[in-house]
Design a protein around this ligand. Structure first.
Ligand code: A2G
Length: 373
């Protein structure tokens, strides 16, 4: 199983990306070593070793995507402090249960200069993250980690957190935006996506169902990819959920859904043979087996009733987000070729079609009494 835990390093050049920014954090300089980490695709990250041998993660935040960096770091501060307290009470090592960011000279967890916004966190020794295609085992462990994350934060008032990416999972707003783009056809691509547009328009009622149900607002992660779970290198035991930039008030079913959308599809999100897309029910089951027991003591009846609808909604929402961006001329997602967003749309549509056919099977798994003991 070890081949699934790859920790990619870009190599060492012994130069941090911004030395002046680094002097604002309480670390022993000069640095002994700098390694650029390349497995994240949004922020820029260095693994640095300080003069006293301590290792840290030094990051430049992508402020094009994360405009409210203060709100984001405040959310992260509240959440990591809470998880550390919870871990200490339940016998877990608080320093390995979540990220630990260092205060900068301005006493906040963020230092900004003319080049960007920076932060430093302690490197959690002897850990790796899940990379590459998930397996049933890694997906189950990821489910357990994300479920534990929600449970740890279930007594934290979600209204204390800023909505740093407003309306992120507001599906009706995403639909309205999509319909506007279809109407204005700004990149003149509508003809090449007619069938996809018609199919997704025919499912507007389905995609809007979840938004009509009143559900508890919780603190959620909102980017529940398996690569955001840190495990112990030796025991492979999951330790912490990382990449906390999208932590916001949200719905439990969204965190259940996005992992499944990402990892329980037969094909990758941008597989050109999109007609092979579909629900890998064993992978779905594996995630449910990890996630549901971890939240079983806090999940409400309404939340159980909407787990599957949440998955269907998130896949639908992602399909319209990709198609909207294709029709708009690729303004949000990075693309490598002109049909990239259309291909992504079709892998989501393939998954969605399959899920709509297998809804009863999915419901039976999500309601399996043995997961709620
Ligand atoms: O691409 C990004 O990570 C998106 N994140 C996420 O929501 C999802 O659309 C994903 C699809 O691969 C943001 O928009 C912040």
């Amino acid at each position: 199983m070890l081949e699934h835990f790859i920790f990619k390093l870009r190599g060492s050049n012994n130069l941090p990306m911004d030395e002046k920014a680094l002097t604002q954090f309480p670390i022993a300089l000069p640095l002994k070593e700098v390694k650029a980490l390349t497995n994240g695709i949004i922020n820029t990250t260095d693994l640095i070793t300080a003069a006293d041998g301590q290792k840290y993660i030094f990051q430049k935040i992508n402020t094009n995507i994360f405009k409210n960096t203060e709100g984001m770091m405040k959310n992260i501060d509240i959440v990591t402090t809470h998880i550390r307290e919870k871990a200490a009470k339940s016998g877990r090592d608080p320093e390995r249960a979540t990220l630990h960011f260092l205060p900068a000279s301005n006493n906040t967890l963020l230092y900004k200069n003319e080049n960007g916004a920076y932060r430093v966190s302690k490197y959690i020794a002897n850990t790796v993250s899940f990379e590459g295609k998930a397996t049933e085992k890694s997906l189950e462990m990821a489910g357990r980690s994300f479920g534990t994350f929600i449970k740890d934060l279930s007594d934290l008032d979600a209204s204390l957190l800023s909505e740093t990416l407003p309306n992120f999972h507001n599906t009706p707003m995403r639909i309205a935006h999509f319909l506007e783009t279809v109407k204005s056809n700004p990149a003149n691509r509508l003809d090449s996506a007619r069938e996809d547009v018609d199919y997704l328009i025919s499912l507007i009622d389905e995609g809007s169902k979840l938004s009509k149900i009143k559900l508890p607002l919780r603190v959620t992660h909102n980017d529940t990819k398996t690569s955001n779970v840190l495990v112990d290198k030796t025991t492979l035991e999951p330790l912490a959920v990382i990449d906390l930039d999208t932590v916001m008030p949200g719905l439990l079913c969204h965190d259940f859904a996005d992992s499944i959308r990402y990892s329980a599809n037969y094909v990758a999100e941008d597989e050109k043979e999109y007609y092979r897309a579909g629900l890998d029910i064993d992978m779905y089951k594996a995630y449910a087996k990890g996630f549901i027991p971890a939240v079983s003591s806090i999940i409400t009846k309404e939340e159980i009733d909407t787990l599957v609808q949440g998955v269907i909604t998130i896949v639908y929402e992602q399909a319209i987000r990709f198609l909207d961006d294709y029709l708009a001329g690729d303004v949000y997602y990075h693309t490598q070729y002109s049909e990239h967003n259309l291909v992504r749309t079709r892998t989501q549509i393939g998954l969605l079609r399959d899920m709509l056919k297998r809804r009863n099977e999915m419901e039976a798994i999500a309601r399996d009494p043995s997961l709620y003991k």
